[in-house]
Design a protein around this ligand. Structure first.
Ligand code: CP
Ligand code: NVA
Length: 310
């Protein structure tokens, strides 16, 4: 049997980490990025990565990060695993728990990662579902801290575009950290109502149809593609629905003068973001992409090392 702490912990969404653990994870990520060594806490341990959707950043940052911590990975794409042929996910979880020490999963329905977590005896990390993309927003929070300091509770953030997995994860981050979040989404493309309601219990959340209203006075402006993976057939309808939601230099000028622009990438220049923004002085998108590596290494320490806060 693989070795792992008795009480396994999963990371399926940001609220799985209590606020102190989330702040500790970000602090450790900052120290790792600055060069502090954590040795090889994953030595002799293996991580299986089940990816049912495409990926560049997530796959590479997880594979490199696990190896930098001394572990190894097994990558399973749909086309060459039995998951892709419909094998029961509960069986998959039980079998992989006999071989490896953690699962990293990118898939469609969020219930798929919940099933893997429920039936597996090893930590399961969500590397994107249709509902949330929590590892990306961990990286975004680290990028915010690099620009505005460690206490994010008063840093206003705007989301412009689709109420998608990224928007839901920003709501979850606001729920844990309490920063004001102003979302502009076209009608019919709102975030998940339960996630929105929970965030409102701990943060000032505005939901508007007007990107200019959302961006007014914020320090962080965020967007994402209008058509996420799995929604390709809706592309034409979405392009029409999101007309007027592009993040342009004019829109950025409504934010604070020190505001930064974030995008999880891949970006579609000329659709959700003007090239002058994503390639301009506001943009931190490549720091944000790099930070995936650091936060995910810190996450593995959090989930798989018995005393993650030495
Ligand atoms: N941002 C992100 O998750 O990128 P990939 O789809 O390339 O992994
Ligand atoms: N919302 C996008 C994010 C890609 C990293 C998608 O789900 O395709």
């Amino acid at each position: 049997m693989p070795t792992h702490p008795g009480d396994k912990r999963d990371f399926l969404a940001i609220p799985d980490l209590e606020t102190p653990a989330l702040m500790g994870l970000l602090d450790r990520a900052r120290r790792m990025k600055a060069g502090d060594s954590w040795g090889n806490p994953l030595a002799g341990r293996h991580v299986a990565m089940i990816f049912r959707k495409s990926s560049t950043r997530t796959r590479v940052s997880f594979e490199v990060g696990v190896r930098q911590l001394g572990g190894d990975v097994v990558f399973l794409a749909d086309r060459d695993s039995q998951v892709g042929r419909g094998e029961d996910l509960a069986d998959t979880a039980r079998v992989l728990s006999r071989y490896v020490d953690a699962l990293v999963v990118r898939t469609f329905g969020h219930q798929e990662v919940e099933t893997l977590a429920a039936y597996g005896s090893i930590p399961v990390v969500n590397a994107l579902t249709d509902l949330v993309h929590p590892c990306q927003v961990l990286a975004d929070l680290l990028t915010m801290q690099e620009n505005f300091g460690e206490d994010l509770s008063a840093v206003p953030v705007a989301w412009v575009g689709d109420g998608n997995n990224m928007a839901n994860s920003w709501l979850n981050a606001a729920y844990r950290l309490g920063f004001p979040l102003r979302l502009a989404c076209p009608e019919g493309y709102d975030p998940d109502p339960a996630i929105l309601a929970r965030a409102r219990s701990n943060a000032d959340i505005l939901l508007t149809r007007d990107p200019a209203e959302a961006v007014e006075g914020v320090k962080v402006v965020n967007t994402d593609v209008w058509t996420s993976m799995g929604q390709e057939e809706e592309n034409e309808r979405r392009m029409a629905a999101f007309h007027g939601f592009m993040v342009t230099p004019e829109l950025m000028s409504r934010a604070r003068s020190e505001a930064i622009f974030l995008h999880c990438l891949p970006a579609h220049r000329g659709e959700e973001v003007d090239a002058r923004v994503v390639d301009g002085p506001w943009s931190r998108v490549f720091d944000e992409a790099e930070n995936r590596l650091h936060v995910q290494k810190s996450l593995f320490v959090e989930l798989m090392v018995n005393d993650p806060h030495p």
